[in-house]
Design a protein. Sequence first.
Length: 364
Amino acid sequence: METQKTALYDYHKSLGAKFVPFAGYEMPVQYSSGIVDEHKLTRSSAGMFDVSHMGQLSIEGNEDLANELEKIIPIDLKKIKLNQSKYSFLTNEEGGIYDDLIVTKVEKGFNIILNAACKNNDFKIISNSLKNKFKIILHKNLSLIALQGPKSSQILEKIISGVSSLKFMNGNKFSYKSKDVYITRSGYTGEDGFEISISNELVEDLAKKLISQNVKPIGLGARDTLRLEAGLCLYGHDINKSTSPIEANLKWAISKRRREEGGFVGYEKIKSDLNGSLSRLRVGIKPEGKIIAREGVKVFSDDGNEIGSITSGTFGPSVNGPIAMGYVKLNFSKPGTKVFLEVRGKKHEAKISELPFYKKSYVR
């Protein structure tokens, strides 16, 4: 299958992007200043991320739609307020995660942001579940730009008036060049920021406007180090179709009513995890020294028994040291527990750490 390109591909090229294939797209992994500088700039100022490879799904319907979607998405969709966004997932029969997603209540129904590698399969799952009762569109004509960092609000407010009044995980319709854009105050970095859904025709114009305001373009490399410092999961690595939301430490993303009443795919397994059958848990892990433990590295207890494995690992520029996430047996999951990581045949000391590694800066 031919690799796809986002509407900003040529513009990224002109900005000196280095590209890598990712989820079927040619995506910028970094620019000339490099991943560490891009990371630090996002934490201190504002960075622009092209996340147009992700799926933008809209479903039109009334209260019946909320009832139907609740069969596959374990949040309280009846209580979600207009323009409010919630993090959730599509669960499977075994209580695993087909995808994690962001659901936003809009006037005509719901908008859902899907992971790039999962979006076509998600579309099939949701369509099959809804049985053609509702209008469902996976948009091909929309781009998605994330503006992230402490200066993002003041910068975007100069370009699109009114966005600074949005609260975290809330959105609204705004106007840009006399066209509708939908903007949510959200992101994947642990910083304040916005995600802007805009037509493919207008996205380059907006990107250039942001760059002219001293915003820097940021690639996938820094996006990964930023999200890992913030303790956020990457689908296909930290969570997948065989991990339950409970062992992934995402119990908070299942609404209280849904945890108690169920009524969604995979509830029996999730209920048994909630009731104490959990055997492992996703945790933060901080290696001692400078060793970086990547995905697949085995985790051992103090007495030499294998107790888990790493799912994501990198150097965290904001914490100035190596960081990792992974799964360990439940009785080793307490922060401060000493563990060992086997990297290139040698065991290195590490400690179970609380998440996030870096304090998030959201505007509530």
